[in-house]
Design a protein around this ligand. Structure first.
Ligand code: TRP
Length: 458
């Protein structure tokens, strides 16, 4: 086996936050919140973060740090040393599959941020007026329909991810997130501050926090997104946990990651909805589709009205690209670490083969937003999703991650003895008086909650 290396204290929080904070917060959360009418959806999401997200995050990091292994080896090592069923290793396998599937379409969206970086540069130099604003939606549609461009940017992003993963944990992952996350956060704070002065700000806040009816499907989506946004349910945090030092507190780090992730998601919504609600209601439906595009069809409006916006807008898309990169790294690292730990491959070989495979697997997703009639309209799962891109996202966020989270909760809740989990959580932290409450969540509340959700929809 190769030398594994460990994160420094801040390095871990930043790398884990880097994994958690990504397109899930800035691109996906605002658009699914918009599509699900805000309010209640946000509330369910927040409940899911506290009741399922945080407890499962402790569980995953605990498994990783205790075993210093990636998911498949971690589950098999723990189940054999504690004489539990070998079948738990399936959880690890499911995670590898989820990583493969998620990265394949995530990288497509991540590629859009690079393209929009370039586009904003053009606007900044050539001017952005009412005509450009009116054409934002149309332009974006044309870009989605351009197959070669979609594949090109997907390829660029996969290449960048592979470049970092090849450098390994310390060299690549820790160093890059340390600088980029604080800068991204600062720009978001600035935009949030600006949004207070937009006419739509009040309505945006109202929309985010009103209570109304919600469908079972929307509840599933909120819970699934809680897993997605915290990078849970597929062993990413097990893998990162395996690089955490015994001197660090798992609890404190997890809490910080959950908090940062949630704050950034809500900030992204405030910014986006302030712009959306500043447009008169009659025009809103034609200006902003309730779809995956709002990050690219709303924000430029705000930027180019801001003093200094011409400078900020390209920087913003670049930073979103970096936030996405720190997430794609973690997705790829799960799959790569498997081949390193289990198959004894060299890091370089594992990265090249895994990255190449995921790139190819992502091509149908890249072409399924208009470029290819066939991929765009495919209904593999019946009416649940249209097109390969949507189907992959539906499968991963609504099934693979919740099921992975369920199995992890059951494993740590029931299969790992109390003395064992308590000792591991207290190592590097000191006494943890809520151990019993946490176990109760893992044993009963998480499994029942997740099962109800799955039951409702299946
Ligand atoms: N959490 C990231 C986001 O919100 C995406 C992500 C990275 C992820 N690694 C993951 C999702 C592992 C699920 C599992 O953008």
């Amino acid at each position: 086996m190769q030398e594994r290396g460990t994160f420094g204290r801040l390095g871990f929080v930043l790398a884990a936050a880097g994994s958690a904070i990504g397109l899930g917060n800035i691109w996906k959360f605002p658009y699914i919140t918009y599509a699900n009418e805000g309010g209640t959806f946000v509330l369910i999401y927040l409940v899911a973060i506290v009741a399922f997200g945080a407890p499962i995050m402790f569980a995953e990091i605990l498994i990783g740090r205790n075993t210093t292994q990636s998911p498949v080896s971690a589950f098999s090592a723990l189940s054999s040393s504690l004489q539990k069923s070998k079948a738990w290793v399936l959880t690890g396998w499911l995670g590898i599959a989820a990583g493969f599937v998620i990265l394949s379409y995530y990288s497509v969206v991540a590629g859009w941020t690079i393209y929009y970086f370039g586009k904003c540069m053009t606007w900044s130099f050539n001017g952005f007026g009412p005509e450009q604003a009116a054409n934002l939606g149309k332009d974006f549609g044309a870009f989605l329909g351009n197959g070669p461009l979609q594949i090109l940017f997907h390829a660029l992003f996969m290449g960048a991810t592979m470049g970092v993963v090849i450098l390994g944990v310390k060299g690549g992952i820790e160093r890059s997130t340390k600088i980029l996350m604080p800068v991204l956060f600062s720009i978001l704070v600035l935009l949030c501050g600006t949004s207070i002065f937009t006419p739509g700000f009040g309505d945006a806040i109202g929309f985010l926090f009103h209570i109304g009816p919600l469908s079972a499907d929307a509840i599933l989506e909120a819970v699934g997104h809680a897993f997605f946004t915290l990078s849970l349910g597929m062993g990413a945090m097990i893998t990162y946990g395996s690089y955490v030092s015994k001197k660090d507190s798992i609890l404190k780090a997890s809490f910080q990651v959950c908090l940062l992730d949630t704050v950034i998601a809500i900030m992204a919504c405030v910014i986006m909805f302030s712009i959306i609600f500043s447009v008169p209601e009659a025009e809103r439906a034609t200006t902003f589709s309730k779809s995956a595009t709002i990050l690219f069809t709303t924000l430029p409006r705000m930027f180019y009205e801001l003093p200094g916006g011409a400078i900020l807008s390209p920087i913003f898309y670049l930073l979103v690209g970096f936030a996405a990169l720190s997430s794609t790294i973690s997705l790829m690292e799960v799959v790569v670490a498997y081949f390193i730990d289990e198959k004894g491959w060299a890091r370089k070989k594992a990265t090249l083969l895994v990255g190449g495979g995921i790139f190819l697997f992502g091509i149908p997703s890249a072409l399924s937003l208009g470029a290819s009639e066939f991929f765009s309209n495919a209904k593999i799962l019946g009416d649940k999703s249209t097109g390969i891109f949507e189907t992959m996202d539906y499968l991963a966020s609504n099934w693979l991650l919740p099921v992975g989270g369920l199995l992890t909760a059951l494993f740590v809740g029931w299969a790992l003895p109390n003395a064992f989990t308590q000792a591991e959580l207290e190592e590097g932290h000191g006494p943890f008086p809520y151990h019993a409450a946490w176990k109760f969540l893992l044993r009963f509340i998480c499994p029942i909650g997740i099962l109800c959700v799955i039951w409702n929809v299946a």
